[in-house]
Design a protein around this ligand. Structure first.
Ligand code: FES
Length: 178
């Protein structure tokens, strides 16, 4: 059963990349973040079936994979929008007005926190501390851009530039727009 599931999820192209990736680590478990990222890029988001296959492939309990997937905001367990706002709601950002920023985005985008627009263009999530408290209130846009010292004007500008496709950054790099 496990082997069947592994073969189903780790199709030859992905299996080859995963094997190379796992070989770079001292233990199979240590490669979990990169393996999940690889599968998410390939499938678009992570399902329970993918999580089970990763657990079987790495030889670890499925609950360990679940914990990783649910801890990091960069992992998506449902289809993701093209343009994603993750607004920090933890203490520093909360004290600096993140609730107001979230409400403003809800009104602008016409969705509630945790939702995606029906056309799949935009989504809005409230997340825990993203490690950039010094620029509170802040948000993460897509996977690689940090925007801080948020104001309604800055959110308007961010939305407008995102509409024009100006938010592309070099892959994997976080950028602070402060
Ligand atoms: S509290 Fe918001 S980034 Fe730390």
């Amino acid at each position: 059963m496990n082997q069947e599931l592994i073969s189903k999820i780790f199709v030859p192209e992905i299996k080859k990349k995963t094997d190379a990736l796992v070989a770079r680590y001292e233990t199979r478990r240590a490669s979990i973040l990169e393996v999940l990222r690889l599968l998410m890029d390939y499938y678009g988001h992570l399902t329970l079936e993918i999580e089970e296959a990763v657990a079987a492939y790495l030889g670890i309990p499925p609950i360990d994979v679940r914990e990783v997937v649910t801890f990091y905001t960069l992992f998506y367990t449902a289809p993701k929008a093209k343009k994603r706002f993750n607004v920090c709601r933890t203490l520093s950002c909360h004290l600096m007005g993140s609730d107001k920023m979230i409400r403003y985005l809800e009104n602008k985008l016409g969705i509630k926190t945790g939702e995606m627009t029906p056309d799949g263009e935009w989504s809005l999530h409230a997340v825990e501390c993203l490690g950039a408290c010094e620029i509170a209130p802040m948000l993460q846009f897509n996977d690689d851009r940090f925007c801080g010292h948020l104001t309604e004007k800055k959110l308007d500008e961010l939305i407008e530039s995102a509409k024009k496709g100006e938010q592309k950054t070099s892959s994997g790099k976080k950028q602070a727009a402060v």
